[in-house]
Design a protein around this ligand. Structure first.
Ligand code: PLP
Length: 432
């Protein structure tokens, strides 16, 4: 029997489909999307019929150009007309080659070697494997641990989870299963004083010195921690990490899966401080299909190739998927051909001005913006269902978590849509 009515579809979903971080026995409510275009989602409401919502989430940082963009739609169609997929073992194709070229061109000099992975978490797995294989290849197989900072998020598969914040990654539940890495304190806030930054730097230096002989690399989300707490921090912290990595022969990995492609106002934060390994994902395909990439420099690539296997031991079935590569290339060209810095700046100014008054609402602990990201932190955990209902009633799709109500809209969101979005955030904060 096929579920046809909205109510039937939602009933099947509730009985059978897992959604992110939900219970199967008592799932949180979900809404049925029936269409999406530009910065808007169309959602079926069993009571009200169809409603349009301004999307504040870009489908988790991904849909930077909005939905049903004609250029991206055309890129997918054209590639479907050629071929949708072929294996990457022993074969190659123009979409992968052209995307590789573009990624090498737009990322910092030296990051010349590209691994096309099939999701962000997998790219972090690959990056960590690169770090460990490089250490093995350069005669330091005892170096098997990683240094990271508290408050991070690197994905849900096991190794990325092991470098995610110990509380956010539920390390106590996974004790004995997850490898145990070295956690430095969370970097101070973006507006921290020089003294706060130096205190953090001292703590990091001390930890690295203590563990230097067993550390293989450092992995962080540069400048803005995303799903771990929407926490922007000073670029000086990244310079310090680069310095200690160089002093101790550690491989520096920047996870730019959330920050990449302009979201913070920089095309990549890696333009400010260059890592040895760079992960990108999420907005890579403009949110059309899953794809991630890991870029590294010749030195790390040589180390990996000198390890006992002589090769990088990884190769997912859908590596370099042509549809994903074609739409990624189109998305990057669309971004670079447009005035994305002006769009991100426009969104930043409107979010900054529009969110500032929320500081005075009861229950609001902090308001912050960076690039095209706006965050309201409450002094308590958000009532997610209540806040979501309130924002949907105001015509906005939001997905609060923990104590955070936040937005990272598509860059194509108009000023009028941003005003609707700000209204939705306000209602969510009041209800949350
Ligand atoms: C989302 C995210 C990941 C994981 O990517 P998936 O595609 O969900 O596996 C890793 N790191 C960061 C910083 C992310 O934001």
């Amino acid at each position: 029997m096929t579920a046809t009515t909205y109510a039937d579809q939602l009933a099947f979903d509730r009985e059978h489909l897992w959604h992110p971080y939900t219970s199967m026995t008592s799932p949180a409510p979900v809404r049925l999307v029936t269409g999406a275009s530009g910065a808007r989602l169309r959602v079926a409401d069993p009571a009200r019929g169809e409603v349009e919502l301004v999307d504040a989430m870009s489908s988790w940082w991904a849909a930077i150009h909005g939905y049903r963009h004609p250029v991206l739609d055309a890129a997918v169609s054209a590639q479907v007309g050629d071929f949708a997929h072929v294996m990457f073992g022993g074969l190659t194709h123009a979409p992968a080659i052209r995307l590789g070229e573009r990624l090498v061109e737009i990322t910092p000099d030296g990051l010349d070697h590209v691994f096309l992975a099939d999701s962000g978490s997998v790219s972090v797995e690959v990056a960590l494997k690169m770090v460990l294989q490089h250490q093995r290849g350069t005669g330091r197989p005892e170096r098997t641990r990683l240094l990271t900072v508290r408050g991070g998020y690197h994905g849900d598969t096991f190794h990325p989870m092991s470098v995610t914040d110990p509380d956010g990654g539920m390390h106590s539940m996974w004790r004995g299963v997850l490898p145990e890495h070295v956690f430095a304190p969370q970097p101070p806030a973006a507006d921290a004083t020089g003294a706060e930054v130096s205190a953090w730097a001292d703590a990091v230096r001390a930890l690295v010195a203590e563990h230097a002989r067993e550390l293989a690399g450092i992995v962080v989300e540069p400048l803005l921690q995303g799903a771990g707490g929407m926490h922007p921090y000073p670029v000086e912290c990244l310079r310090l990490l680069r310095e200690v990595a160089d002093e101790h022969d550690l491989v520096l990995v920047f996870d730019e899966i959330a920050t990449g492609f302009g979201r913070t106002g920089h095309l990549f934060v890696s333009e400010l401080v260059t890592p040895d390994v760079l992960c990108v994902g999420k907005a890579l395909t403009g949110g059309y299909v899953t794809l991630a990439a890991v870029l590294t420099n010749g030195r790390i690539a040589a180390g990996i190739s000198a390890s006992e296997s002589g090769v990088l031991m990884h190769g997912p079935t859908f590596m370099g998927n042509p549809l994903a590569c074609a739409v990624a290339l189109a998305s990057i060209d669309l971004l670079l051909d447009g005035d994305w810095t002006a769009e991100v700046d426009r969104i930043n100014r409107r979010l900054t001005a529009g969110l500032a008054p929320l500081r005075d609402l009861p229950g609001v602990a902090d308001v912050r913006t960076v690039g095209a990201v706006g965050v309201v932190q409450l002094d308590h955990d958000v009532d997610v269902a209540g806040a979501t209902d309130a924002s949907v009633a105001a015509g906005v799709w939001l997905r609060p978590f923990r104590d955070l109500v936040y937005a990272m809209p598509p860059y194509v969101t108009s000023d009028a849509e941003l005003d609707v979005l700000l209204g939705g955030i306000t209602e969510a904060v009041k209800a949350g």
